[in-house]
Design a protein around this ligand. Structure first.
Ligand code: GLC
Length: 433
């Protein structure tokens, strides 16, 4: 496929999945993109940010702005924004969604869940500003972002070390990521009904305690400092500082200092020098959870990350055959982990490739000058799309596409085409695998 054909296909999917209307309850227009109409019909927090990366790569700035404004249209007074916004179809689409709202909500009215998702939003807004230089938009949205990031620090930096705790696996955005097995008491292995009930019961308990953080912490329920979430948080605190700079807002320094604190805490608490990997940690005990997934490399997205750490991670893990060296990289858990299952399954993020991870690690590698390794990930994405279409996830041995169809995230490929100017418009892609 030519670059221009890929761009057109992505634009078509995003446009077809766009929903606009008027909310009587919130007295506002809304506009969001469904990640996949059949499977994921709502507005999701980090999906919206990914959509903005895609839209801005396609010069669709007005649509990108509308998506961000809708994301913040239900924001609570204290700054909180939920991970799913139900604008028109309030009832949950999946059984696992049910306990993610606050009890007592009128489920027939537009509302949002009580969970958070990785906060890529400052970077998303930055992209819009880079392309439009629209300061007026920043004046409207940055105060909302500040409230949101301040909510995260006030409510989820529970130990005061800068690191954010998540209170359910779903807050990682990588729902059934095998790191969490140990935390929910599931013995190692491929996903099954037992895992389902153990994870859902985390949400059920949180729900019964009305998502009151002090109670959840006191009772020592699920609490994990997850590498992916915190790497993204750190990167976006820096983006917050830069957005504040544009507006001449002195809070820029506050966000810069916090970003540095988060990075240092990640190195100190999550980085394992022997294993050369960043591990998620059990928040209460500080114990590392020694499972290899692509997030062990996510902190490389922080540009100030020392180069010896970057080198160690890339050398040791990236193309290592028993771990991430599959014909189509990167699997969502190391292939030698007992949870690894490369086929279609309701237990997501336990083997197959997610375009998101390749896109994310592509940037990490690119920033730290591992251009060849980065290029392999980009080629893999193109090959997967050409071979199997825009799917939710793919088999790392055969490239077969699985899960949701017309899935928007695969559109991140257009952002990668732009990162270094891409391949020329009329070139055919080369094949990976
Ligand atoms: C899946 C993903 C989650 C995403 C949602 C909608 O649950 O794991 O990250 O937000 O789908 O695309």
């Amino acid at each position: 496929m030519k670059d221009s054909e890929i761009r057109q296909a992505v634009r078509d999917i995003l446009k077809a999945n766009t929903h606009e209307g008027w909310s009587k309850k919130f007295r506002t227009e809304y506009c969001y993109i469904q990640p996949s109409p059949g499977t994921y019909p709502y507005q999701y927090f980090w999906d919206t940010c990914l959509h903005v990366f895609i839209l801005t790569a396609l010069d669709e700035y007005e649509l990108a702005k509308k998506n961000i404004l809708s994301l913040f249209a239900m924001q609570n007074e204290d700054g909180f924004v939920g991970h799913m916004l139900f604008w028109t179809r309030p009832l949950p689409a999946k059984a696992t969604d049910f306990f993610q709202g606050r009890p007592g909500l009128n489920l027939f009215q537009p509302h949002m869940t009580a969970l958070v998702q990785p906060p890529l939003v400052a970077q998303a807004v930055q992209r819009i500003h880079e392309g439009t230089q629209d300061k007026e938009f920043l004046r409207v949205i940055v105060p909302k972002l500040k409230k949101y990031f301040d909510w995260l620090a006030a409510h989820r930096d529970i130990d005061g070390d800068g690191l954010i705790s998540i209170i359910t696996p779903f807050e990682s955005g990588m729902d059934w990521k095998p790191t969490f097995d140990e935390v929910v008491g599931f013995r190692k292995g491929v996903g099954n009904r037992e895992l389902f009930w153990r994870v859902v019961s985390v949400d059920a308990r949180n729900f019964l305690h009305r998502y009151k953080i002090s109670t959840l912490v006191r009772r020592n329920y699920f609490r994990v400092k997850e590498v992916g979430f915190n790497a993204i948080y750190c990167q976006n605190l820096t983006a917050m500082a830069e957005l504040c700079d544009v507006l001449g807002d002195p809070d820029a320094d506050r966000y810069r200092v916090l970003a540095r604190k988060v990075m240092n805490a990640m190195i100190e608490q999550m980085y394992d020098r022997e294993a050369e990997a960043f591990y998620d940690i059990q928040a209460k005990s500080g114990e590392k959870i020694r499972v290899l997934t692509p997030t062990i490399m996510f902190p490389l997205v922080i540009r100030e990350m020392p180069s010896e750490i970057a080198g160690a991670l890339v050398r040791r893990h990236l193309s290592d055959e028993p771990e991430f060296g599959t014909p189509y990289p990167l699997p969502s858990v190391a292939r030698n982990d007992p949870s690894f299952y490369p086929f279609e399954s309701e237990y997501l993020w336990r083997g197959p490739i997610w375009i998101f991870s390749n896109w994310f690690i592509y940037q990490c590698l690119y920033y730290h000058n591992y251009r060849e390794e980065a290029e392999l990930l980009r080629k893999t994405i193109r090959t997967l799309i050409e071979q199997s279409g825009f799917r939710e996830y793919y088999n790392p041995f055969t490239g077969e596409g699985y899960g949701a169809e017309k899935f928007t995230w695969s559109g991140l490929v257009v952002d990668m085409l732009n990162i270094d100017g891409g391949v020329s418009d009329d070139s055919e892609s080369s094949r990976a695998g």
